[in-house]
Structures are given as structure tokens and as C-alpha cells.
Design a binder for this molecule. Sequence first.
Ligand code: DGY
Length: 333
Amino acid sequence: MTTQIKTPKPKILVARAIFPEALAKLEESFEVRSNQADQIFTPEELKKELSGVVGALVAGSERIDAAALSQAQNLRVVANISVGYNNFDVPAINAAGVMATNTPDVLTDTTADFGFALLMATARRITESEHWLRGGNWTKWSIINNPLGVDVHHSTIGIIGMGRIGQGIAKRALGFGMKVIYHNRSRLSETDETSYQASYVSKEELLRTADHIVLVLPYTPENHHTIGVKEIALMKPTATLINIARGGIVDDVALAAALKAGKIFAAGLDVFEGEPTVHPELLKLSNVVLAPHIASATEKTRRAMVDLAIENLRAALNGKKPPSLINAEAFKG
Ligand code: DGY
């Protein structure tokens, strides 16, 4: 009689709750440490959870740095369920010989839709108007006493960060007859500038001339407080500022003070410094629309993000190049 020796399944960590069907599929191939209760790990817990696993699915709530990796001797891939990866300390991940992946493309249109929705809600004071209505104020309707907004159509949109999502915003802006100006690390090709009818300008010119400013740039130490006191002072008093990029790109304290003093018309924020905590001054203001980092949050897109993260993880563990490998340079040769 022969005894069959079962090979143990490789261990992986799924650090946040994912769709049950996706988890069940993973469990066919892996021994999964899951966190369907969705209690965010402390740094110490994360370090322990990463020890002994060969792969991890994580999100922005998990900071992957040298400390987190210090006991992760078996780890080969860390797959972010997010396109932004400012939660990754890439040099530390490289030093640990771990592949890092993200989820580009699958969320571009959904996120651009949301950027536009936030712009519309901010300029036309939609959430504030709803509160006004719910507060029984409709009887006070008058031509001059509604929450009066600023126009979006035929105004100038200034996009800071003209990657995939920024370009998605530009496409939508054209449908509103807007003039598109942008500022980016590098200029688009002439063909792309022509197709978005977009003009490249300096950051200063953009701040001075745009009616609506949309931030879609990645968070890096160089981009910290891209918008602060000095930048807000350049903006038109009728301008709106929309941040769907990352907290830390805007100095929230400076923004709250400017909104309170009426230095700009309004702001729409999907991301915050230190989120999920929101600066208390922002919470007090009516001229800011606040959203809990939901730009990519449609069911179809969140499923696509989870699926892509899993595809990345499986590829790395099968010795293949993951479709969206961030640190390809570290694995050359
Ligand atoms: C991303 O993918 O970076 C988004 O911010 C997540 O919603």
C-alpha cells in the first residue's frame, strides 16, 4: 500500500475583507489567513501576519515597510488592491527581494467619473442643498436665496497630474465644453494634447487661471503639500479645488482656513491627511463636500481590482511576471 503525501498549500495573507467568491477561489490553491472581519491590523499585528506567508493581498491601510517585512522571510509578493501605492516603501520591499504590484487601468474610468461627480457636487453645492432641503428650508426659496453655485460648463478646468485618470477627467471635461489646462511632471505627446484639447501650463498659471482645479497626482515626498497656503493664495476666489489623489497632497489645515475665510469658493475631498481621520475644521464647514475615499468604489470596479491583485499574486508565485509589477527594475536579470 502506498501512502500519499499531501503537499501543504502555500500560505498567503489577505489583509482586508474581499468578495467571498474570490476568497473561496483562493482557498482552493492556498492556505489563506483572511481578515473578513476587516479589523485593520496594527503595524505589530501586520508584521506577525506577514511572517510565514509567501504572498499578501493588501490595501492602502497596510503600510509595507522594513518593519512590516522584518519577519517575512518567505514573502515573495505583496499585491496592493489599489493603483496608488504610497503605502509601499519600495526600496525596503526591493531590499527584501519581494515583488510589489498594484491595480492600474481597471479603475481609470470609474475614478474619473467620480472626480467629475465630486466636481459637480462641489461647484453646484449639491450636498449642502440636500441638507438645506432636509432642514425644511425649501419654503425660503427665492431667486437669490438658494444655495447658488458656480458653473462647470464652459469654464476652465486645471488638472494637476495628467496620467490615466487625469486624462479621463480631461475627456469628460470636453463634453462640458470646458477649456482644459494641465500641469504634470512631463508633457503629454502632441497627439494626446490635441485629442484632449489640453494646454500644458506651469503650476502657477494653472492655479491663477483655472476655475476648477482637480488633483490626480500620485503621492510622493516631493508632492507633499502641492497645495498649501501659498498655492491657495494664487487661486481665484470663485475657484473650486477637488482632491481625488491622496491625502498629504493638500495641506488640510491651510485648506480649512481658506474655506472658512472664503478665500476660494469650495472644495471636494475624497482623500485626507491622516485618513480615516478628517481634520475637525473641515467637518464644520458647509463649503466642502467630503467623501470617504470612494473614487473607485463601484461593485464592478472593486471586483476587477481584487481580481487583478489576485492575478498579480498568482503570477508572482508561479514564477511569472505579474501583469502590474511595480518594482520590475529590482527583478531584472
Ligand atoms: C487607488 O486605487 O489608488 C484608489 O485611491 C483606491 O480607491
